[in-house]
Write a protein that binds this ligand. Structure first.
Ligand code: RAM
Length: 368
């Protein structure tokens, strides 16, 4: 609780005054009048409340019901237990169909409840800024993970799962490998139009495609399935209907890629159209083994939740301020540094990584 910080600050001030009163600096003249004795009486009877009550932290995913966010929560819980935080860790998210309004509401209510920290996977673009800023103004630590606040306003630090610019090249390489030397057409099936992470990755892909190496592959369309399985499934089928010579659907979303692979499988289209993008091995294994989705990439969401919790806790507890250049310890993951986010015009990030690329040689082992 934030009030605890003030209790701790008061306690420390009193303590330092008491210590200052007791300590006799070597150079201090003996005739120096004794420090006023009142400080001792001012010492509160309370124990250091921070240690007792800890910090209440909210992990806010884009929405509930997506396995990757459950994995992030598992990682955050692991860190919560390891750090012995007596405060609460809440996992609160909206439903996918009202994610923007739902995220705004959860940040607003967490702020009025006076939690100590909110960790957001932002699905609301810059629409989240006013409430994130209000939380900051109320003294709450606001970090982002998975998907940042594009303008970085109201966000202290973003925990980037991988380098967002590299994501563009990873996707371009997968498209090129699947389409082959002669190239061909591919389309992007994204999440929602407000998803800051997917938007940044698509921009990075478009930038990467300028490299002559990718001259023979052509991005023909970008469509949105809103990270809702049914919408994504239908969007994948619509793409195939619209572009009869489409070779690959590239979905930078675990919901989109699995839905598109299912759609192609159900319709017997896998020989014509391959699926790639960012997927979860457990959700992709059957499609990778069948050859429908020969290659895809991702990172560990468990680690992402774990690292996000560590960073946020270190800021909430005052061990670090959350500014550029600071280094902090993140338990089993080691040491990380807060840096300027080179993939945005503004903002700070902590870079996790690495990317893992999956195909039929390693997908089964990772799916377990
Ligand atoms: C979906 C979500 C998430 C993204 C992954 C790749 O699960 O959109 O934000 O990181 O896909």
């Amino acid at each position: 609780m934030k009030k605890n910080i003030w209790r701790l600050v008061t306690l420390m001030m009193v303590l330092s005054m008491v210590l200052a009163a007791c300590a006799q600096p070597a150079a201090a003249p003996v005739e120096q009048p004794a420090a006023a004795p009142v400080e001792e009486e001012a010492a509160p009877a309370e124990e250091p409340a921070v240690v007792e009550e800890g910090f209440d932290m909210v992990l806010l995913p884009k929405f509930i019901g997506n396995l990757v966010f459950d994995q992030a929560y598992a990682g955050a819980k692991e860190a919560h237990e390891e750090l012995g935080n007596p405060g609460k860790l809440e996992f609160l998210g909206p439903t996918a169909d009202q994610s923007v309004a739902g995220q705004i509401e959860i940040v607003t209510s967490a702020t009025s409840r006076g939690v100590d920290a909110i960790m957001i996977s932002n699905n609301a673009g810059d629409q989240i800024v006013p409430v994130a800023q209000a939380a900051r103004d109320a003294g709450i630590v606001v970090t982002t993970w998975d998907s940042p606040i594009p303008s970085a306003e109201g966000e202290q630090v973003f925990v980037a799962q991988v380098d967002f610019d590299e994501t563009g090249f990873v996707m371009a390489d997968m498209a090129l490998e699947i389409l082959g030397e002669n190239g061909g057409k591919f389309a992007v099936l994204s999440a929602s139009p407000d998803a800051a992470n997917q938007n940044a990755w698509i921009a990075a892909l478009q930038e990467a495609l300028k490299d002559p190496k990718y001259a023979k592959i052509e991005l023909v369309d970008i469509v949105y399935g809103n990270d809702i399985s049914e919408d994504s499934y239908n969007q994948a089928l619509a793409l195939v209907a619209k572009y009869p010579d489409l070779g690959v659907i590239m979905a930078p979303t675990t919901i989109g890629i699995a839905s598109a692979a299912k759609a192609m499988t159900d319709e017997g289209l896998c020989d014509k159209v391959k699926i790639s993008g960012l997927g979860l091995p457990a959700e992709m294994v059957e499609f990778t083994l069948s050859g429908c989705a020969p290659k895809f990439a991702l990172w560990s969401f468990v680690d992402l939740g774990y690292l996000t919790y560590y960073l946020t806790y270190r800021i909430a507890s005052g061990e670090i301020k959350g500014v550029e250049g600071e280094t902090f310890d993140a338990g089993r993951m080691g040491t990380y540094t807060i840096e300027k986010d080179p993939t945005r015009d503004v903002g700070l990030r902590v870079l996790m990584g690495p990317f893992k690329v999956y195909d039929k040689t390693n997908v089964e082992a990772e799916a377990k």
